[in-house]
Structures are given as C-alpha cells and as structure tokens.
Design a protein around this ligand. Sequence first.
Ligand code: FAD
Ligand code: NAP
Length: 319
Amino acid sequence: MEKELQEELYDTIVIGAGPGGMTAALYASRSDLKTLILERGVPGGQLINTAEIENYSGFRSIEGPELATKMYEGATAFGAEYSFGDVQEIIDGPDYKQVVTSDKIYKTRTVVIATGSENRKLNVQGEDDLRGRGVSYCAVCDGAFFRDRPLVVIGGGDSAVEEGTYLTQFASEVTIIHRRDELRAQKILQDRAFANDKVNFIWDSVVEEIQGENKVDSLRIRNVKTNEVSEISAEGAFIYVGLIPNTEEFESLGITDDEGWIITDEQMETAVPGIFAIGDVRQTVLRQVATAVGDGSIAGDQIYKYIEAHKTEKAALAE
Ligand code: FAD
Ligand code: NAP
C-alpha cells in the first residue's frame, strides 16, 4: 500500500499511549510543542489489563482503565493530537525524522518511543491452539469467564501473584505454578496470596503441555528437582512469565541491548540524537506506572530543551 506523506512537521511524535507516552505528551504540549501521539491499540497500555493499582501516589486505589482515562484527558488537555497508528519504522534524517506507520509517513523533529512490552509466551504445546479457549494473558479481561472453576496461573513475579489473587473472586481455586521454590513478587503481594485460602502453590515445576480438545481441561507439569511428571485439572491457564520489549520496529537504529530493551541516558535520550525512549521499553531497574510517568516527564522536558538548542545551532550556522 502506498503510504500517505503528511505535510505537518511535528515537534515531537510520541509512539505509544501508555502512562509513559501520555505523560511525555502532556509535558511537551504544555510547553507549546506541536505534539502527536500514535497508538496502535487503545489509550492506556498495560493499564487497560490491570484491575487495581494501589502503588501510584495520590490514589489510595484506582482501577487501571479509570487511570488510563484520566491520563488520556491530561495528555490531550494542552493540544496534543491523538491518532491511531501502528508504527513500523523511524527514519532519522538531517532536518527531521520520519515516523512510518502502516499507512502514513509523519515528519517530526523528535520522537519518543513509549511502546512498552508484551507478555512473554510460555512456548509449550497447547498454548497457541487453546488461546482464548482457556489460555489467557489477562485476568481482568477473562477472569469472569471462570466462575467457580479451577484455574492455574504460571509464573512467580508480581503479575502472577497479584493477578492470581485477583482471580480468586471468580475461581473455585487458583493454583500458582512456579519454576522455583521462592517467589519474585513484592512481599505485600506474596503475603496476600499466602493468606488467601483459595490460592495454592506448586513449587519447582514447569508446564510441559496445556491439554484439552476444544478448551483447556488439564496441564502436564514436571517437577524440575525430581523430574516427576504429573497432571493438574484446570479450566483456565493464565500465563504471566514476564515481558518482552516492543522494539522490533526500532532494531535498525541500533539503540537496544541484547534482549531488545532500549538504552538511554539520564535525559531519556537514546544513542540517536532527538530520539528518546521511556517507560517499560527502556533498560531500567523498575517497571511501574510511577517510573513510566517519571520517565515521560523527563523526556517531555528534554524535548523542549533539545528543540531550543537546535534552533540556536541552526541560527548560528546560518550567520
Ligand atoms: P505500556 O503501558 O506497555 O504502553 C505501551 C503502549 O504502546 C501500548 O498502548 C501499545 O499498544 C503501544 N504500542 C506498542 N508498540 C506500538 C507501535 N509499534 N505503534 C504504536 N503503538 C505501539 N504497575 C504499577 O505501578 N502498579 C500496578 O499495580 C501494576 N500492575 C500491573 C499488572 C499487570 C498484569 C501488568 C502486566 C503490569 C502492571 N504494572 C503495574 C506495570 C505497569 O502497567 C507498566 O509499568 C506501565 O504500564 C508501563 O507504561 P508504558 O507507558 O511504558 O508502556
Ligand atoms: P517478571 O517480574 O519478569 O516475572 C516473571 C516470572 O515468570 C518470574 O517469576 C519467572 O521466574 C517466571 N518465568 C519466566 N520465564 C518462565 C518460563 N519460561 N517458565 C516458567 N516461568 C517463567 O514479570 P511480571 O511478573 O509480568 O512483571 C513485569 C513487570 O511489571 C515487573 O517490573 C513488575 O514489577 C511489574 N508489575 C508490577 C505490579 C505491581 O506493582 N503491583 C504488578 C504486576 C506487574 P523466576 O522468578 O524464576 O525468574
């Protein structure tokens, strides 16, 4: 398909409307920069898949989709434009950069990559075939389908433990299968899961197959210490085994580490001048709403400084 070249030159294009991208757009547009947010899904990013957030300062507790709506209102309140766009490439150039989507090409002075990450797959037999038929990566989306049914959750991090506990409001019981005998999740989440009568744990075990004809009915698991293989009955399998960065589209820029996370400096700028990266997509020590918002505010501020510095540079060269 012929891509439509857009006439406007933006000061910044923010790719991804999660908490990070929406904050960067708020800061940039509030500094009077011509700002466009491009999002291939809906505004909110991972917030849309999160039932409750109780570690974002200022809110005792807030549902993810509600926080997403508030952030979207903030992001667009100072004139930032919002548009659907599945970004496929960024092309760096001497005068401006091009952001290429599936059907359009945009021109911009700076880019903020805020594309976050996706759930990592378990890569076991049955996972793809039974996806949407018992296999899920989103408790908020699919939990209610499993009223009074037994469920398993795979993983030992914050997501597995928090979402596993959340699922007990629907399920008859939730069994968390973890490959080690120690959880990675925050202590408060562990304490809640241990105190919940409906949550059981199977330790030191990996899933080898998710089984069922047309829907999940059991899982074959192997104890990694004894090699013993057993089966567990379950009607749903919720997989939370970590994240992979959404950076495939930016590989050619050479700004990622070996695992695909984007490397930035403290100003959130990548090795390519004028291209910034924020939030979960960044190589960082903590991936949270608060850190994505913090990164977004730094990038929004730095973009203004970057553009001002380049105006001065160009004026000096023209003299
Ligand atoms: P994301 O929220 O991932 O947003 C990225 C956006 O970019 C998405 O909307 C995506 O569609 C878009 N995108 C990706 N690629 C492209 C492309 N090529 N073109 C256009 N758009 C693109 N954190 C907390 O602080 N508290 C919690 O309680 C909490 N609970 C969580 C529960 C779960 C189940 C999960 C998975 C995460 C949770 N987190 C929590 C983590 C938190 O959600 C993330 O740290 C945060 O959403 C990261 O924000 P982000 O803006 O960097 O990326
Ligand atoms: P994570 O922290 O990377 O944890 C992934 C878990 O899956 C780990 O326990 C890991 O085991 C296990 N695992 C990985 N690959 C596996 C495999 N192939 N087979 C079996 N198990 C496997 O991922 P996450 O829990 O999705 O969290 C992602 C980010 O979101 C984190 O930064 C987290 O803090 C954040 N988050 C925050 C909250 C909150 O603040 N309330 C809630 C959810 C998520 P090992 O432990 O052995 O490595």
